[in-house]
Ligand binder design. Structure first.
Ligand SMILES: Cc1cc2nc3c(=O)[nH]c(=O)nc-3n(C[C@H](O)[C@H](O)[C@H](O)COP(=O)(O)OP(=O)(O)OC[C@H]3O[C@@H](n4cnc5c(N)ncnc54)[C@H](O)[C@@H]3O)c2cc1C
Length: 134
């Protein structure tokens, strides 16, 4: 979620500096909608991580709860970076800005934190009592 925060901050800064049609792109409603959505998903992911961390501190954290966090947060962070990349236009693929670097890194996080498929199956098992791994 730290990578997502960095991408969000970069995107906000960029929208205030970049002008098109005589106005900063921050003044377009479609751009603001993207920023609002990114902020919403960032906040949800951050609160989820905080909650899971607190459960860990009190030794009440369960494996399927870890899966909920690992299923949501890398995916949400990656989507935030992808949206930030669109906001930066052509500069979104430049290493001059941190967004594409975070995005590429998050692609590997999506695998090394456990795959979406596995975390989905862990949550599915917790809900139904039925393991669908094989
Ligand atoms: C950069 C990087 C760093 C890593 N660091 C670590 C580390 O520090 N510690 C560590 O332990 N591991 C680490 N890993 C390994 C990582 O955890 C595994 O790559 C990951 O769990 C996926 O395992 P796999 O590569 O064997 O893929 P596979 O198990 O072969 O899976 C391939 C695909 O098939 C899917 N799949 C597999 N079985 C099922 C099933 N039953 N039902 C549905 N779909 C299924 C998977 O979800 C995935 O999409 C790292 C990996 C990378 C890329």
């Amino acid at each position: 979620m730290g990578a997502a925060r960095s991408a969000l901050e970069s995107a906000v800064r960029y929208t205030l500096q970049r002008e098109q049609f005589g106005r900063p792109i921050a003044s377009f409603q479609l751009t603001q909608a993207k920023l609002a959505e990114m902020s919403l998903e960032y906040t949800k992911g951050l609160l989820l991580a905080l909650h899971l961390g607190r459960r860990k501190d009190t030794h009440t954290l369960r494996p399927e709860q870890v899966s909920l966090g690992k299923l949501n947060n890398p995916r949400a962070a990656l989507e935030i970076c992808r949206t930030a990349r669109t906001i930066l236009g052509g500069n979104g693929i430049s290493l001059e800005f941190p967004v594409i670097r975070h995005m590429n890194n998050l692609e590997s996080v999506l695998t090394y934190e456990g795959t979406v498929e596995m975390h989905t199956l862990v949550v599915g098992q917790a809900l139904t009592g039925i393991p669908a791994f094989r």
